[in-house]
Design a binder for this molecule. Structure first.
Ligand code: XMP
Length: 516
């Protein structure tokens, strides 16, 4: 097990960002809700207490036994974390009378303090708090101040406990990474050895140990997460990993064939299941978006179950598939154990991937400690082809939720053609990699056009391209007019059934990325 930093989360919007910054220093760290404490074993080298939407002055403010932690580990409190420690050590926290939000500069920095080594005077920091530490006990020393905030950072003398009232994890704190490095590497003594290569090495060894000669079954989607998870499992157990790739007939044009071929090329033990017709039949007459997702989810489970039985039937007598492999990544895990509990799902899909209990399989999730960009780096270290690692996210129900209204094979064909022209042009113009996600949407309206001497009355496709860091928020991409003109012409000239192309210029929120 690698050495690690534990971040105790009090619910701040920035907690994940702290974790990412620490990991960028090649030090492993985990987020745990303050009310579900992890095992503090010998791999733990330090603890960070996060910020919070709560005020320490509230009766129901989150509580944690920081003295027990402080006795064993270096501790860094950030905002709420810092105020909590101050208040519980005999200091005072009051509602701030001045605005402590936004950029500020540290006009005083105690360079003798290890937390602030190499942080220049006037370093810009990001403030975001409604409370402020107004008095500190005797044993505290102020180690940084801004014009308005005297206790911008403190140290408890003779200890390794620190507090900061600004956010080092936010890029507006220009020397935030240095501060985190000072804490994690110099004060906690972590070795910066948590790299993608190291992750592959330790994970493959751990999987070998855990799985031994067992057989694992896993559904692949063509996406980054399931592919990288499968390659890791494959390195650990080779042909004992049985992969299944279901064609639900709602993938992009030629995607099933191309992805299947890439998987075979990687040496994965994979079975393709052509289930197009069965999905189309089950979807006939269904136009309500949530219903579509449910039908697809249920049909997928049926297909997977059948394929799993076929895999089992081919194994020698007495050998059973015991495990289900999944490409779950860290944000899904954090979400499900967060301070506030699983957040209300807005669309039922966001939990797809779960398979029913009746399969009685144990779950193995080799990526469940990684963020998306880390998955990509691990994929690169594993030699996964860039065309798979760089793929845009694509929804599990695929084109079904990009055909508004009822799905027919003909509409799927039309949309696949339009989408193919769109994506190809994004690639050829160099825009593909600058976009988080792009796709065409088949609208349930017809409009008038002219073709030669004839009036036409055909369908409309909308094009959507968004830029995002995490999929939570997204802005529409300002694709050049010339490129949009070229794509529109090609689609209208080559895709029978479409006579109008529109471009979606809505941001998320208030709009979503998908139209249903
Ligand atoms: P929205 O539309 O909510 O999408 O802004 C956020 C991200 O989730 C993807 N998405 C889905 N993924 N099944 C999935 O596996 C779904 O039903 C689904 N609906 C949306 C969407 O493509 C985007 O990446």
């Amino acid at each position: 097990m690698p050495e690690k930093i534990i971040i105790l989360d009090f619910g701040s919007q920035y907690t994940q960002l702290i974790a990412r910054r620490v990991r960028e220093l090649n030090v492993y760290c985990e987020i745990h809700p303050y009310n579900h404490l992890p095992d503090f074993d010998e791999t733990v080298k330090g603890v960070i207490l996060s910020g919070s939407p709560y005020s320490v002055r509230q009766d129901d403010a989150p509580q944690v036994d920081f003295r027990a932690l402080q006795a064993r580990f270096p501790v860094l409190g950030v905002c709420y974390g810092a105020q909590y420690i101050a208040q519980h050590s005999g200091g005072e926290v009051i509602a701030s009378t001045i605005r402590e939000y936004g950029r500020a500069n540290l006009h005083f920095v105690d360079h003798g303090n290890p937390l602030l080594a190499d942080i220049p005077i006037d370093s810009q920091v990001w403030m975001s708090h409604g409370d402020t530490i107004s008095a500190i006990p005797e044993e505290f020393e102020v180690i940084a101040s801004t014009d308005k905030v005297k206790v911008a950072a403190y140290h408890i003398k003779g200890s390794q406990t620190y507090g900061i009232q600004f956010h080092p994890e936010v890029t507006h704190s220009t020397d935030g990474t240095t501060l985190l490095k000072n804490f994690v590497i110099d004060i906690c003594g972590c070795t910066p050895s948590w790299t993608a290569d190291a992750f592959v090495e330790t994970t493959v060894a751990a999987l070998k140990e855990k799985l031994g000669n067992d057989h694992v079954i896993m559904a692949l989607s063509g996406g980054v997460d399931s592919t990288v998870a499968a390659v890791l499992l494959h390195q650990a157990i080779g042909k004992n990993l049985h992969c299944i790739f279901v064609d639900h007939g709602l993938l992009r044009k030629n995607e099933y064939e191309q992805v299947l071929e890439s998987y075979q090329h990687m040496g994965l033990n994979i079975k393709g299941v052509n289930a197009k017709e069965r999905f189309y039949q089950k979807l006939a007459g269904v136009s309500e978006p949530e219903q579509k997702r449910k039908v697809i989810g249920a049909a997928f489970i049926d297909e997977f179950d059948e394929a799993a039985h076929a895999v089992q039937a081919e194994l020698p007598e007495g050998v059973e598939v015991k495990w289900l492999g999944q490409g779950t990544i860290y944000p899904d895990v954090i979400e499900s154990i967060s301070v506030k509990g699983p957040s209300a799902t807005i669309k039922s899909h966001h939990n797809v991937g779960g398979l029913p209990d009746f399969m009685k399989l144990k779950v193995v999730e080799p990526l469940n400690t990684l963020f998306k960009d880390e998955v990509r780096r691990v994929g690169k270290a594993l030699g996964v082809a860039p065309n798979i690692l760089g793929r845009h996210p694509f929804p599990g129900p695929g084109l079904a939720i990009r055909i508004l209204g009822e799905i027919t094979p003909e509409k799927v064909r039309i949309l696949q053609e339009a989408d193919d022209i769109y994506i190809r042009n994004l690639r050829e113009s160099g825009w593909y990699d600058q976009v988080w996600q792009a796709g065409a949407i088949f609208l349930p309206v017809q409009s008038v056009g002219v073709m030669g001497d004839e009036r036409t009355y055909e369908h409309v496709v909308a094009l959507r391209a968004v830029g995002s860091l995490d999929g939570m928020t997204a802005d529409w991409v300002h694709l050049p007019y010339d490129l949009l003109a070229k794509i529109s012409n090609e689609i209208i000239n080559h895709v029978k059934g479409i006579n109008r192309v529109v471009y979606d210029i809505s941001s998320k929120p208030p709009a979503t990325i998908e139209w249903e």
